[in-house]
Design a protein around this ligand. Structure first.
Ligand code: BES
Ligand code: ZN
Length: 584
């Protein structure tokens, strides 16, 4: 027996899944999917086949001819879920599992009409990364095993079902509609994704449209109108786009992430709709995953930096190409701030601050931080600085060509880099990034004249004149750099002059609220309460609940807000906040 991924029951001596045929009926009344999953294996081989499941109710398992197959569902293990072991007789290459999901499936969020913009229809969506696909489909839930799939979703006729796949057709049967999709390119299971709700499309360019609730559609289309330019900039950097379409889905506000790179259909938080395109770096990030992550994939959560570090690097290259080096440098400075914060947060778990992690017994959602993103970025920047941009771009292209539609480990990355750029790893002290905690002193640091000006403004109330052309990213940095002993009165003056409490830019707003709450500036509390009732993005929930829970004055408020609003958050976000409150 060999289990190469600590977060999967997959045994690498067993046959791998080649394709999945998935049919599900979405039941908004019971919050369940009634489903069947047919797995076709790459080869027939008699013996046990181990699948990952979480909270699935297995009804029966049959072979390709409908004959029952013996199976055993093991008791659940807290992180991995339950192993479903099916005994395959010789010659059997196909099996079908009939099952239903749990109303508390960790990947799914079921929203009431009142949790949507329109207020009329319910909404359902999935979020499978890192190991939640198993709560929706029984499968080998490891990114080492890529699958092609066909899927059909039966939903109430008033609703639209979208999937991160290619649309085939919609059929209507009585009060229901059946939407068919297929994913012809092999993808890791964490990229399986769908959403069901009152959704309408608007074209953005020859390869892109945006989906949103009708109430949000115009604003979303305006915010994301630059997507085609982004796509072309990315192709000129990383080579042809392999996924045909790059569509966007504007999620309800409870979506726990800023964005999720589901292939052909990136999921985006509505908090990106700031009205001025100032947060579209998140779109650049998810687009960049089309190369780094979706094409070349981390072999497990222990190598997550290969997905995210490369993607942050690629995101900033796209940004630089479209908006110039100053904008990219500001984003890198925000990244460095977030990295320092994360290093502080994990100070008692330094092993989680190396890029190459060891996660046996650790939930990937709990290990999640900005470290793989920003330390990974610094590492790749250091390599680029060491060999020069031209050589590094060539390296990147060869890396993408070599590993396309495959998964790799950090160790394979090291071997590849030694071959392609001999000596560079030693030169940048790769060991320090990959295997050791913290950030090496030699790490590149972003520099720009605008950054220097901001540094000089630290802890002051700038004049309207001095700050008249600051971008939202600069305001965010200004607020995040606020000295921790800044007096309350400074916050009153700042808000009077710049009205942060009313900011439409969620990054600026949250940076403001966190700084103001930390300083004990009372008027920030009301806005924070309202925000926590609307938005479920973890990037915001964690610092806001964190800063409330850290103050003796507001700890009880944090608990009561969570009691009131917890139900509105996605299960992953709920778990994240619970952890923060339990440690406070
Ligand atoms: N793939 C991630 C989101 C994710 C990571 C979901 C791990 C589940 C487990 C996505 O690409 C991402 O990184 N989103 C960021 C965007 C940012 C870095 C621009 C986010 O949500 O904030
Ligand atoms: Zn990402």
């Amino acid at each position: 027996m060999a289990r190469p991924d600590p977060h999967s029951y997959n045994d690498s001596t067993q046959p791998e899944t080649e394709t999945l045929d998935w049919k599900a009926r979405v039941d908004f009344r019971t919050h369940r999917l009634h489903a069947e999953a047919t797995l076709t294996l790459k080869e027939a081989s008699a013996g046990p086949l181990d699948l990952d499941t979480r909270d699935l109710e297995i009804l029966r398992v049959v072979d390709g001819n409908g004959r029952p197959l013996p199976y055993m569902l093991a008791p659940p293990e807290p992180i991995l879920g339950s192993r479903l072991r099916v005994e395959l007789p010789s010659g059997v290459r196909q099996l079908t599992v009939h099952y239903r999901t749990s109303p508390t499936a960790s990947a799914l969020q079921w929203l009431t009409p009142s949790q949507t913009a329109g207020g009329q229809h319910p909404f359902l969506y999935s979020q499978c990364q890192a190991i939640h696909a198993r709560s929706v489909v029984p499968l080998q839930d490891t990114p080492r095993i890529r699958i092609r799939y066909r899927a059909s979703l039966r939903v109430p006729k008033a609703l639209k079902a979208v999937m991160a796949a290619s649309f085939v057709r919609r059929e209507e049967h009585g009060v229901e509609a059946e939407e068919h999709y297929e994913m012809p390119q092999p993808v890791p299971p964490y990229l399986l994704a769908f959403a069901v709700g009152s959704l309408a499309p608007k074209e953005l360019g020859p390869r892109s449209r945006v989906w949103a609730e009708p109430e949000l559609l115009e604003d979303a289309a305006e915010e994301f109108s630059g997507v085609d330019d982004m796509l072309r900039a990315a192709e000129s950097l990383f080579g042809p786009y392999d996924w045909e379409r790059f569509d966007l889905l504007t999620m309800p506000p409870s979506f726990p992430y800023g964005g999720m790179e589901n292939p052909r259909l990136t999921f985006l938080t509505p908090t990106l709709i700031a009205g001025d395109k100032s947060l579209v770096n998140v779109v650049a990030h998810e687009l960049a995953h089309s190369w780094t992550g979706n094409l070349v994939t981390n072999a497990s959560a222990e190598h997550f930096w290969l997905n995210e570090g490369f993607t942050v690097f690629a995101e900033r290259r796209i940004l630089e190409a479209l908006a110039g080096p100053e904008v990219a440098a500001l984003n890198a400075a925000l990244g460095r701030r977030a990295l320092d914060e994360a290093l502080h947060h994990f100070r008692e778990h330094p092993h989680l601050t190396a890029l190459r992690t060891h996660l046996t017994g650790v939930d990937p959602d709990e290990a999640f931080s900005q470290i793989p993103y920003e330390k990974g970025y610094l590492f790749l920047r250091a390599m680029e600085d060491a060999v020069g941009r031209e050589a590094f771009d060539g390296f990147l292209r060869r890396y993408l060509a070599t590993y396309r539609f495959r998964a790799l480990t950090t160790e394979e990355f090291i071997a590849f880099t030694e071959r392609e750029l001999p000596g560079v790893l030693a030169k940048v002290d790769a060991e320090a990034y990959l295997q050791r905690p913290g950030v090496p002193a030699s790490a590149p640091s972003p520099r720009s004249s605008r950054l220097e000006a901001l540094q000089r403004a630290r802890g002051t109330v700038p004049s309207v004149e001095a700050a008249k052309d600051w971008t939202p990213a600069e305001w965010q940095l200004f607020l995040e750099w606020m000295p921790s002993d800044a007096p309350r009165d400074l916050f009153r003056q700042l808000d009077e002059r710049f009205a942060f409490t009313r900011s439409r830019n969620s990054e600026v707003l949250v940076a403001w609220l966190v700084a103001a709450l930390r300083a004990g500036w009372g008027p920030a509390v009301g806005r924070t309460e309202a925000f926590l009732g609307e938005v479920g993005r973890m990037k915001y929930l964690k610092p806001l609940y964190g800063v409330l829970a850290a103050s003796r004055e507001h700890r009880a408020l944090a608990r009561s807000l969570f009691k009131q609003y917890g139900e509105r958050y996605h299960p992953i976000a709920r778990q994240g906040v619970e952890l923060i409150l339990s440690r406070a």
